[in-house]
Design a protein around this ligand. Structure first.
Ligand SMILES: [Zn+2]
Length: 578
């Protein structure tokens, strides 16, 4: 495509309504425009990215044996009424009436419709396993549509549904979809983790999310920097090293010191000085759990994970005790509590046992104790009670964990007979007995992945698309208006087209700086620059968007070089030739 013929309305300023990176860059790069709250139109570049993602999704779904269908978006109300979701979906369901007063809703998801499709024509165990999918617009009246394509009211989704005769079959279908999803996310060029949605444990689960790792997602997850371990922060654990407990010989005599007004960890660190760090302190907090008060101790640089504490204490929730309650159970004001001499139950995080000669509250206002050691000075029930922090050891392999904001890109789960039982989708088994079909459901937020990819792939100058989903693979940038430059650019452009590569020729009458800035903003993965100096040697510059330096390539060899880079990245060439 010639830039001058394209519709690429870039914007220089950061649009006011956009706060997150992908939203800003999609608007600035001329990929999308907003039509209404949570409603967007895709401009040519945006649609090209969507098509690339769809292509990979379709390819892998077909490979996994699923068949594509297309269900309507406009749904007569009877289907959602049949399962009770007409009411339970609440305000998220967009309802409307036709000219005769008939009630309809726009499809937020299609379990009812697909179950109806299957119950009409699938009657025998011989017709299963069956997996049907579609790529289609979904409609949800989100209370707070925001973040551009990350949370919309109208969005493109791939939803697949599996139908099996028994649980073993359903688990096989689930595993096939999980494998297909791994292939899809790898081919998209996205760093992702599979996170068990219910238990947090890896494998074995019948519900999992494919989380794209980014800094701006909504779900905090801890993921290993080396292995595949990943878990929602609500359930993530760090490895605990039991063998690094301090040596008793190194423990010094405990002293009570006067720390007037220094209640918080940072205040004490500042007050005592002498190289004391929060990691050498014990944070002691009094919690109310049901009718009792307990003390919880974590390392000074760690945070109590209240959900883990509640689970340990077998209560629904815990909350920090009131100032008055702290005073009455510890004898000291808030900030001066400590486990030594505390008359009540003490629960401590595992890491507490490894701190040598710690500083903690003395259960006396304006006083702390130094050289406090677990085991010698106090006892506690040790448990995993803290929120995982970056740098903690992975529970699977011991390498460092890092914290990410995960963007849910896909979700797979086994529905069981929830819909088939309600809607009478049954079959006759080998013995002629009537049974409900066992279903699974598998979604991918196709349009959301455009934004997720940008959240993961960008720098201060713009988008840095993975080759497999970039709107164009390469941009040809001639510098100057001389005939020789223009002719060389045409020659390179033609040779790239012939090589099946998706190419933009920046034929605009603009300064080099403007062309480079736009190429970076759009995020085209490869750039061929044609300038006088290199052209005199019969060469052009080939530069990757993610690298600083260009390499010189013979003008006659550059199309082949680009083609190699594109195929190596698994991107599809025009005409589908390899
Ligand atoms: Zn690991």
């Amino acid at each position: 495509m010639r830039y001058t013929r394209g519709f690429i309305p870039t914007i220089k300023e950061v649009p006011k309504e956009a706060t997150n990176t992908s939203h800003v860059l999609l608007l600035r790069g001329g990929y999308v425009r907003q039509v209404g709250a949570g409603i967007y139109e895709l401009l040519p570049l945006g649609l090209r990215v969507l098509h690339r993602i769809e292509g990979i999704v379709r390819d892998e779904m077909d490979r996994a044996g699923a068949q594509e269908v297309l269900m309507p978006a406009l749904l007569p109300s009877e289907y959602f009424q049949e399962t009770g979701r007409w009411d339970s979906f609440g305000d998220t369901l967009i309802r409307l009436k036709d000219r005769k007063g008939g009630e309809y809703n726009l499809g937020p998801t299609h379990e009812e419709i697909i179950t109806d499709m299957v119950r009409r024509d699938v009657k025998s165990y011989r017709q299963m396993p069956l997996n049907l999918y579609q790529i289609q617009m979904k409609f949800r009246d989100e209370p707070r549509p925001r973040a551009g394509l990350l949370r919309c009211r109208e969005f493109v989704m791939k939803d697949a549904y599996s139908f099996d005769i028994d649980e073993a079959g359903a688990l096989t279908s689930y595993a096939q979809m999980r494998d297909a999803y791994h292939r899809i996310f790898k081919r998209l060029g996205l760093a992702y983790r599979i996170v068990a949605a219910d238990s947090g444990a890896m494998g074995g689960s019948t519900s999992a999310e494919f989380q794209v790792l980014a800094q701006s997602g909504e779900d905090a997850i801890a993921a290993c920097t080396k292995c595949d371990y990943a878990a929602n922060i609500e359930v993530a654990t760090a490895a605990f090293k039991a063998d690094v407990a301090p040596d008793a010989a190194a423990m010094q005599a405990s002293l009570k010191i006067h720390t007037p007004g220094a209640g918080g960890i940072e205040d004490v660190v500042k007050f005592i000085g002498k190289g004391l760090t929060p990691a050498h302190m014990l944070k002691s907090l009094v919690y109310t759990a049901g009718l009792r008060h307990v003390m919880v101790v974590v390392r000074g640089d760690h945070q109590v994970h209240e959900l883990k504490l509640a689970r340990l204490l077998k209560v629904d929730a815990v909350h920090l005790a009131s100032d008055a309650d702290v005073k009455s159970v510890t004898g000291a004001s808030v900030g001066f509590a400590g486990p030594v001499g505390f008359k009540g139950d003490v629960f401590a995080d595992h890491a507490v046992a490894n701190v040598l000669n710690a500083v903690t509250g003395a259960n006396e206002s304006d006083h702390h104790l130094t050289n406090v050691n677990y085991g010698r000075d106090f006892k506690a029930e040790l448990a995993d009670l803290r929120t995982v922090a970056a740098g903690d050891a992975c529970p699977e392999c011991g390498a460092a964990l890092d914290l990410y904001q995960g963007i849910e890109g896909g979700h797979i789960f086994i529905l069981g007979t929830h819909y088939s039982a309600k809607m009478g989708a049954t079959f006759l088994d080998e013995k002629g007995a009537e049974k409900p079909i066992i279903m699974g459901c598998y979604g991918i937020g196709v349009s959301r992945l455009i934004a997720a990819a940008i959240e993961q792939h960008h720098d201060e100058n713009g988008i840095t698309w993975p080759l497999a989903i970039a709107p164009y693979h390469v941009i040809v940038t001639p510098l100057g208006k001389e005939d020789a430059i223009r002719e060389a650019a045409e020659k390179v452009y033609t040779s790239l087209l012939a090589a099946g590569v998706e190419v933009i020729l920046d034929d605009r009458d603009e300064r080099p700086g403007v062309k480079f800035k736009d190429a970076d903003l759009l995020g085209i993965p490869l750039r061929i620059t044609i300038g006088q100096k290199s052209l005199a040697q019969g060469k052009v510059e080939l530069k990757k968007r993610t690298e600083k330096d260009a390499v010189l390539v013979d003008i006659d060899a550059c199309a082949a070089a680009v083609r190699t880079l594109v195929t190596e990245a698994g991107a599809v060439l025009r005409g589908g030739s390899a």
